[in-house]
Write a protein that binds this ligand. Structure first.
Ligand code: PRP
Length: 220
């Protein structure tokens, strides 16, 4: 039996954290103090279950988990791929589903077919580089942006973008479309590699409980 130390969770602030907490609640893990939206506290404790939860910027979750500041994290697959940290990805949580795509005006479709040296704007330069260089074998110039990436082709900064598409409405409203799909995305549970060895039973049991809950709701 592993010793009962705190198991620490890093959750990306916002919708992902809310959905994670509601999933944990369904398997009997609650953290009442986290529900107070006015609170500015960053760390919350469930004494009974010996669990701690903290809220960080989503893109920092894999960093906390790699260094062991958190045993477990929940982050989008986009963040996990982009950060490329040494962590175990153990579970698809089934929410936060969307797609990573190459998007642009219809006319840019041609540029993708002929391996032209084009400009690609993205919040995800690692994913964009991997896709174009390693999968498509197309040399491109990657331009890193921090948000509202759809502006890229509209204002003439780039030919295409690599970005998340959820409902597709941002693209539609800006006269852009999906040109190629890179990969599907959803929220994933990640685990620190040492924690996985030292806290195997607790972590495995947590994963099993979530899987069981997912079966009941039809989420795989
Ligand atoms: C994300 C993404 C797209 C949009 C896609 O942006 O970068 O812009 O959502 O969603 P849709 O397909 O449902 O329209 P976010 O809202 O995170 O803001 P940002 O552009 O400032 O990063």
């Amino acid at each position: 039996m592993s010793e009962e130390r705190y198991l620490t969770f890093a959750l990306g602030k916002g919708r992902l954290a809310e959905q994670t907490l509601s999933l944990l609640e369904k398997i009997g893990i609650t953290c009442e103090e986290m529900k107070d939206k006015r609170s500015r506290r960053l760390i919350f404790v469930n004494e009974e279950r010996k669990m701690k939860f903290f809220l960080s910027k989503g893109s920092d979750v894999p960093t906390y988990v790699e260094y062991g500041a958190a045993d477990i994290g929940v982050a989008g697959r986009d963040t996990i791929l982009e950060e490329n940290r040494r962590v175990y990805e153990v579970l698809d949580l089934g929410f936060g589903k969307c797609r990573m795509c190459v998007c642009g005006p219809q006319s840019a479709g041609e540029l993708l077919l002929h391996h032209e040296r084009i400009r690609v704007a993205s919040k995800y330069p690692v994913i964009a580089r991997d896709y174009f260089y390693n999968q498509k074998h197309q040399t491109v110039d990657i331009i890193r942006l921090n948000g509202s990436v759809e502006l890229g082709p509209i204002v003439g900064l780039s030919d295409v973008i690599v970005d998340i598409v959820e409902t597709g409405s941002t693209l539609r409203e800006n006269g852009l479309m999906v040109l190629e799909e890179i990969c599907p995305l959803s929220a994933r549970m990640i685990v620190n590699q040492v924690s996985m060895q030292m806290q195997t039973e607790r972590i495995r049991s947590l994963i099993a409980q979530i899987r069981e809950q997912q079966k009941g709701t039809g989420i795989r």
